[in-house]
Each structure stands twice: as structure tokens, then as C-alpha cells.
Design a protein around this ligand. Structure first.
Ligand code: SF4
Ligand code: SF4
Length: 340
């Protein structure tokens, strides 16, 4: 297969030094059991954050809220009965944006308890363009339920985005997915790449990672097509060319991946290990004991991202001398294409 890219690859969105991203997992339980679920209860806990605690934890970001994007997720966040109050509190705090990531089941009549003025996006997850392909990954009935959830959200005036997690199991359906979501009126399309953590790490004998050739042949073209259909499209860079600079978001960006057991990571690839660099409690955010993820961020290796090398090296190709043919970008480095 050749790496033929005859389309606009979009602009690479480098890490912003001025914005903050708060990924707030308010619970870890979920009604689904997706084959690639990244939640690891041993590492992330199994508790639902009491509403009072969730509010106190959010308050720790009061000084940066105006430049912070709040993403509320789980598990399935709509299973948390306090979600409307958490959103309402985040809105009052003045977060720059508020997004809910959901599998589309929309429990507890959430759409009747929040308003489009309170949330910038409701972000739905689907991993295939039809029930057969999606449900093989996300579970029986999940496609129909999610599509119905998107339609309900649209009918109530919410802005919607869609997340498609690319792996070797579904990369060949991405182009069809773009055509399908065009019928749903989705405004933003996030193409993610599979992370080998949580269940994917347990089941990686099937090698869910995709090759550079497959990625470059399929993903940029699909992204371009989605942009031509009027969507803003974001997808990870993954593979760096020789003239591109490697940067680690753990050093360059200000991201917080917060779990209900109080662990706070700066890097999502570290989430399967007890190496979080921060801890959160009602008292505040504090540094976690060393050694932790922050000790890895400065390591300079020819493969690029250290955590990729350690936990998901199947996307690295070596030349005849044993040197990597390309660097792997930080998993948080994205490319974006505006609607055309
Ligand atoms: S919907 Fe999300 S949290 Fe739930 S099982 Fe699937 S990947 Fe995991
Ligand atoms: S994915 Fe790699 S480069 Fe990005 S924050 Fe983690 S360790 Fe750093």
C-alpha cells in the first residue's frame, strides 16, 4: 500500500500554552462494555463522585476557569444523577467551554435537565457506520441507541459532535462513517486513534494498532471529506515526519485527566499505571510522590513519545539498522480541518 495523500492534511494544532483542558471523570461505571474501553477500575476506582465532592473539585479550577475547557466524562456520565448540577456549577464558574462525552444512552432524562446554553457540545461515540460494525465493538443495541440520542439532542437544539476511535478493527469503515454522519447533522467530528490501555491492553493479542501506511492512506482523506461536508474535523497526528518537531504535552500543555479515586494524570497513556503526577481532594490539587509520569516527559528517545514506546510500540517500524523509521507524536497532538 502506498502513502498517497492527495488532500489537505489540515493544520497541526500545537499545544496551547494559554488554555487548560480539564477531563473530569465523575464516575467509572458504564452500562456498556466496549472492547476497547480505556477505563481500568483497578487504577481509576469504581466510585461515583458524590455531587458535593465533584463541585469542590471543580472549584479548584476557579482561577483558570475562563481559559479552561471542561469535558465531563466517565464511564457514562449521564448515569450520574448529579450531572445537571455539575454542569450548572461549571457554567456559573465561567469555564470557556463545557462538553459532555456520552455513549448516547442519555440516562435520567438528561436532555430535559440541561439546556443548550449550558453546554457547548454533547459528544457521542460510535465506532462503525452501521449496527453490525459498531455493535461488534460497543455492544448489541448501542448503535441504534446512540443514533436515537443524537437525533434527540439535535431536536432539542444541542450542538453535537461525534468521536470515532480508529483501530485495525474499523479503520476500513471510516469513509462510510463520514457519509453516514453527514445525514445526522453532526457539527464536529473527532477521529481518535486506539490507545492500548484498559481493555485494549488486555486484549492486544489481536493487535488493534494501525500502521502508518493504513493511517495516512485512510484518515486524512476521510477527514477532508468530512470537512467538505461542513464539519470541523480533528484527528491525531500520530506519525511525525523527519522534519517535524516532537513535543510532549506533559511539558508543553496544561491538561488534567481527573479520576474519581483522586488520581490526576497529565498524560492519558499513563492512566493504566499508578504514576499520576497530581492528586485531588476537597482540600486541593497536590503533587503525587515521585517517581511518577512527570519523570518520563523529559526523556529524549529516537522513537518520540516515551509512553508510546513503553505501552503500545506496535506502531513503530525499525529500519535495517534497528533505528525507528519515524517518530510517534504525542497522542494529544492534533490536526484540524475547518468546514469547507
Ligand atoms: S461507553 Fe466509554 S466508558 Fe462505557 S464501556 Fe464504552 S468506552 Fe468504556
Ligand atoms: S503521550 Fe507521550 S508525548 Fe504525550 S504527554 Fe504522554 S508521554 Fe508525553
Amino acid at each position: 500500500m502506498s502513502t498517497d495523500i492527495n488532500c489537505n492534511p489540515g493544520k497541526t494544532v500545537s499545544f496551547s500554552h494559554n488554555s487548560v483542558n480539564v477531563f473530569f471523570h465523575i464516575l467509572t461505571d458504564c452500562n456498556l462494555s466496549c472492547t476497547h474501553c480505556y477505563i481500568n477500575p483497578e487504577q481509576h476506582g469504581a466510585n461515583r463522585l458524590p455531587l458535593k465532592t465533584a463541585i469542590k473539585w471543580l472549584d479548584h479550577f476557579k482561577n483558570s476557569a475562563s481559559k479552561a475547557n471542561l469535558v465531563i466524562l466517565g464511564g457514562e456520565p449521564t448515569m450520574h444523577k448529579g450531572l445537571p448540577e455539575i454542569i450548572s456549577h461549571g457554567k456559573k464558574m465561567g469555564f470557556a467551554s463545557i462538553t459532555i462525552d456520552t455513549n448516547g444512552y442519555l440516562f435520567h432524562d438528561i436532555l430535559d435537565k440541561i439546556s443548550p446554553a449550558q453546554v457547548n457540545f454533547i459528544s457521542f461515540s460510535l465506532d462503525g457506520p452501521d449496527a453490525q460494525s459498531n455493535d461488534a465493538i460497543r455492544g448489541k443495541g448501542s448503535f441504534d441507541k446512540c443514533v436515537s440520542g443524537i437525533k434527540q439532542a439535535k431536536s432539542k437544539g444541542f450542538s453535537t459532535s461525534l468521536i470515532y476511535t480508529v483501530s485495525s478493527a474499523n479503520i476500513h469503515r471510516l469513509d462510510e462513517m463520514v457519509s453516514f454522519i453527514d445525514t445526522l447533522g453532526i457539527q464536529r467530528f473527532f477521529i481518535q486513534v486506539i490507545g492500548i490501555r484498559g481493555k485494549s491492553a488486555e486484549e492486544n493479542e489481536s493487535n488493534l494498532q494501525v500502521t502508518k501506511e493504513a493511517w495516512l492512506n485512510i484518515v486524512p482523506k476521510a477527514a477532508e471529506k468530512a470537512a467538505q461536508n461542513g464539519m470541523t474535523v480533528t484527528f491525531p497526528k500520530v506519525f511525525l515526519e523527519h522534519d517535524e518537531t516532537f513535543e510532549c504535552a506533559g511539558i508543553k500543555a496544561d491538561n488534567y485527566f481527573i479520576f474519581p479515586n483522586g488520581r490526576v494524570y497529565r498524560c492519558p497513556l499513563c492512566e493504566d499505571y499508578p504514576i499520576h503526577s497530581l492528586e485531588i481532594s476537597e482540600e486541593g490539587l497536590t503533587k503525587a510522590p515521585k517517581i511518577n509520569e512527570s519523570d518520563l516527559f523529559n526523556l529524549n528517545i529516537p522513537e518520540g513519545c516515551v509512553m508510546n514506546r513503553l505501552v503500545q510500540p506496535d506502531n513503530i517500524v525499525l529500519d535495517e539498522n534497528g533505528n525507528p523509521k519515524h517518530k510517534i507524536a504525542c497522542c494529544l497532538l492534533k490536526q484540524e480541518i475547518a468546514p469547507q
